[in-house]
Design a protein around this ligand. Structure first.
Ligand SMILES: [Zn+2]
Length: 163
């Protein structure tokens, strides 16, 4: 990703009001993020525990999705797969997130939902948590492939929000 400023991130959201975008708490270290190896910027709002955000760049422009985590947590004894990065984790590390659809559909209460790593840290995870069956290959190359798949799935989710 290209580095983004706070203003670019706030203006990128497609499914929330200006007021909501302005009240979002952004990652504090925006200037120091490893943008070159970051394919999706995802974080939870430290001041609004159920809120989270995903921002991708499409044709060089940032596009952000505001998300809401389900209040109920899954059991840590279950194994659940994040549907964006496809890592398997204890149930309490994965959360059901819903995104209001953009435009009129969203104003009418329409949402789309998916199971995602509760910390929305998929972008770092695809490059560090290489699945065992891929560990014989070059980790950097595998990381690139998994990151490309992550980007693709986030874009599909974004398309559902914009539909
Ligand atoms: Zn994930």
């Amino acid at each position: 990703m290209e580095p983004m400023t706070e203003q670019q991130v706030r203006r990128s959201f497609v499914n929330c009001s200006k007021g909501e975008a302005n009240s979002a708490t952004l990652p504090r270290d925006l200037g120091d993020l490893p943008w070159g190896t970051l394919d999706v910027l995802g974080w939870r709002d430290p001041k609004a525990p159920l809120r989270g955000y995903l921002v991708v760049q499409r044709e060089g422009r940032p596009v952000g999705i505001a998300l809401r985590a389900a209040e109920s947590r899954m059991s840590a004894r279950r194994t659940v797969m994040c549907l964006l990065c496809r890592s398997t984790q204890p149930g309490d590390a994965v959360s059901l997130f819903t995104a209001r659809r953009a435009g009129e559909a969203g104003r009418n209460g329409n949402t789309v939902g998916t199971y995602v790593c509760a910390d929305l840290g998929c972008a770092a995870r695809v490059r560090t948590d290489i699945p065992p069956w891929l560990r014989e290959r070059d980790p950097a190359e595998v990381g690139e492939e998994l990151a490309a798949e992550l980007r693709h799935r986030v874009e599909e989710f974004l398309a559902a929000v914009l539909r």
